[in-house]
Design a protein around this ligand. Structure first.
Ligand code: URA
Length: 288
């Protein structure tokens, strides 16, 4: 693989301007390579070995980016869209210049963990249907979710198109009465339920059509090992229940950082990137 690139391309990739803007910076003497003033914006450099500085500040080169976003409701998991704001609109230009894309999709009204990267190989492997990367969701569901639903999900349920899902693990986190109380109390400060459930209840209110106002609610956690279109919502539909609020909390070895509010993001730590890489190699291949 070629290890050198043009100086103006390197600076452009990192968001330092257009080719003509960078040409001007070079002409003005603002750019140095290994301490020497650069004269030719088209000079070849090795971005990993040569030290490039702009106005005396050394520029750290990178060509990959890995972002954990707490996707809020109301934005779409796409790189561009004619109507809606996309998840890329939430990131900073020094990240978007590296052209990250979402690894899989969350519905427009779903919140939670979304990984964005420009590492196509890693994304491909995490998304591969053969790899069965587990994804864990929390949901507020209209209806009394009980052991019979957990047993049905454990076996696999038949979706509206006839597809039978792989075994999934369903756990009820708050009994129907508590979840319903959270919804009742979600606008009051004295609500005793946890912040997470309270936030979910506030969002669930938006989906409460008259059909669902009379029903009990359940706060659940579900882990699925595949990623069919609208899978969680359709699994609950298969057992006669409706998801009113949905949030992804983990994907493979990555867990949503509790410090990130909806709409906030951060780059992955090296450890998190390593965990995804080794998961891809070891964790996934060890699965049936
Ligand atoms: N399942 C769904 O139904 N929606 C999502 O956004 C993710 C999983």
């Amino acid at each position: 693989m070629k290890s050198t690139i043009r100086l103006d391309k390197m600076l452009g990739n990192l968001g330092y301007g257009t080719r003509s803007g960078i040409k001007l910076l070079v002409k003005q003497g603002a750019v140095t390579v290994n301490g020497q003033r650069a004269k030719d914006p088209g000079m070849q450099i090795n971005p990993h070995a040569d030290s490039v500085a702009l106005d005396g500040e050394t520029i750290a080169y990178r060509d990959t980016v890995y972002v954990m976003l707490h996707k809020p409701a109301g934005v779409v998991s796409a790189t561009e869209d004619n109507r809606d704001r996309t998840v890329l609109d939430l990131l900073d230009p020094d990240v978007t210049v590296l052209s990250p894309f979402p690894v899989g999709r969350l519905d427009k009204d779903t919140e939670g963990l979304l990984l964005l990267t420009n590492d196509g190989k890693l994304a491909h492997e995490l998304l591969s249907p053969k790899k069965h990367v587990p994804k864990t969701y929390r949901a507020l569901v209209a209806g009394d979710v009980d052991a019979s639903d957990a047993a049905a999900f454990g076996q696999g349920v038949t979706l509206d198109d006839g597809y039978v899902t792989m075994p999934a693990q369903l756990q009820v986190l708050a009994a129907a009465s508590d979840a319903s109380e959270a919804l009742e109390a979600s606008t009051s400060d004295s609500d005793p339920s946890g912040e997470e459930l309270r936030a979910a209840a506030r969002l669930a209110r938006r989906n409460l059509t008259p059909d669902y106002t009379e029903q009990p609610l359940s706060w659940i956690e579900l882990t699925i090992n595949e990623g069919k279109f609208h899978q969680v919502k359709r699994m609950f539909e298969a057992v006669g229940k409706k998801v009113l609020y949905l949030r992804r909390v983990s994907m493979g070895p990555l867990t949503l950082d509790a410090a990130l509010a909806p709409g906030q993001w951060r780059e992955l730590s090296e450890q998190e990137v390593d965990s995804l890489r080794s998961y891809r190699k070891e964790g996934l291949s060890a699965r049936p």
